[in-house]
Design a protein around this ligand. Structure first.
Ligand SMILES: Nc1ncnc2c1ncn2[C@@H]1O[C@H](COP(=O)(O)OP(=O)(O)OP(=O)(O)O)[C@@H](O)[C@H]1O
Length: 379
């Protein structure tokens, strides 16, 4: 699916006027503070249910307001095995409202209220590449789990519900571990639920990680960068995988009790990135780390694309982070994968720098005071 219509109310400084986008490439430019990132953030809200910039919904609601709404019109875009071009008809209408006073989120798909965010999010796989994305390599395991789980969610339909159940059971288990005296019979019940859910989560992650590494290595074969030899990606399941989780929990009960929370399981999973045996975060230059993240993001796009799903990529301010060669590599690949792409820049964009071989069709927008105006030619 591709997002071809967007309308928001009380979303940062954005104008409430509806905007039509291309199911392929959209270039947005405008001065600092004009609202470019806010447009991407509003699109991200529909695909992620939250802002990719801030954790508090409050920050996103226009000053002086208490409720924001974002509506999106989705079109089949360039997805599907046949890669048919857009018909111009809307396939789905999705909406999300957040009342920050009542702390309530309302979700709608095709006019019907839905309870789960996953019902909305699975229609619009949104992948963000902004200055914060580089934490996937430089940051902690949580960022890499989030990265992996985004793809697992779109590959395995039952993942979201298993993940939620596992979070609930983990928190119950933590409560018991925090209590001074543990009722062994009760702990056994929670452990059996926990390990069953953990195994299901791990299986889903394993399968997606397998697809991801396959795509990633095929991508490495295409690029000319000697430093990728010796690069190794491993999925750490969250415990010593040579033992069953049940055994690990049994042999570490005292340690968990002392710490007062669960120490082994899917909440400790990680993608371990190593270069010649050492963590890439310690070995790679900043530029190499950035390239690696971009390649990982493209590989995720390849996985979904192979399943006939179109990813909407939100590229925010990449000029500040990537040199022209890497920007062009990214743009070219995303176009080949038939992804929908939104690219922001301060200066009028140079599509000829991004797509050097074949120029895709694109739509160009100037952003000013939260309002988008379509232009025919750059400048
Ligand atoms: N909750 C809010 N209500 C109203 N306006 C807001 C709110 N939050 C931020 N703004 C304003 O919205 C504008 C848009 O910010 P945004 O980050 O989208 O701009 P940008 O075009 O991406 O800028 P830059 O190029 O500097 O990154 C800014 O002027 C900001 O001060």
């Amino acid at each position: 699916m591709a997002l071809v219509k967007l309308q928001s109310e009380n979303f940062r400084n954005l104008s409430p006027a509806p905007v039509s986008f291309s199911p392929s490439i959209n270039l947005l430019y405008g001065a600092n503070g004009s609202g470019k990132t806010s447009v991407l953030e509003a699109i991200g809200y529909l695909g992620l249910g939250r802002s990719f910039r801030v954790s508090r919904h409050q920050a996103v609601v226009s000053h002086g307001q208490h409720k924001l709404t974002v509506f999106g019109g989705l079109d089949q875009g360039m997805s599907g095995a046949e890669q048919k071009p857009s018909s111009g008809e809307l396939n789905h209408r999705v909406g999300i409202s957040r009342d920050v006073t009542a702390k309530e989120t309302t979700l709608r798909v095709d006019g019907e209220a839905v309870r789960n965010l996953s019902s909305l999010a699975r229609h619009l796989p949104v992948s963000v590449i902004d200055p914060g994305v580089f934490d996937i390599v430089a940051g902690g395991p949580g960022k890499r789990r989030q990265f992996l789980d985004w793809a697992v969610f779109h590959v395995e339909p039952s993942f979201a519900s298993v993940w939620q159940q596992c979070q609930r059971v983990t928190s119950q288990r933590n409560q018991i571990l925090r209590n001074g005296r543990i009722d062994d019979a009760l702990m056994k019940v929670w452990d059996s639920q926990y390990t069953e859910l953990a195994e299901r989560l791990t299986q889903a992650r394993n399968e997606t990680f397998r697809l991801f590494t396959k795509a990633f290595h095929s991508l490495l074969g295409e690029i000319d960068a000697p430093w990728v030899d010796g690069l190794k990606l491993d999925y750490y399941v969250g415990w010593d995988a040579s033992q069953s989780l049940v055994e690990v929990l049994r042999s570490h009960r005292e340690q968990e009790q002392k710490m007062g929370h669960t120490l082994y399981g899917p909440n400790r999973a990680d993608i371990r990135l190593r270069y010649q045996g050492r963590p890439v975060a310690e070995t790679f230059s900043r530029g190499q780390q950035k390239t690696l993240v971009i390649l990982m993001k493209i590989a995720q796009g390849m996985v979904l694309s192979d399943l006939g799903k179109q990813v909407t990529f939100l590229l925010d301010d990449i000029n500040a982070e990537l040199d022209v060669v890497h920007r062009a590599m990214l743009a070219q690949k995303l176009h080949e994968l038939r992804c929908q792409v939104f690219v922001t820049s301060i200066e009028a964009p140079r599509p000829d720098e991004l797509w050097r071989h074949t120029m895709p069709e694109y739509r160009l927008f100037h952003v000013e005071h939260g309002k988008l105006t379509e232009e025919q030619e750059p400048g």
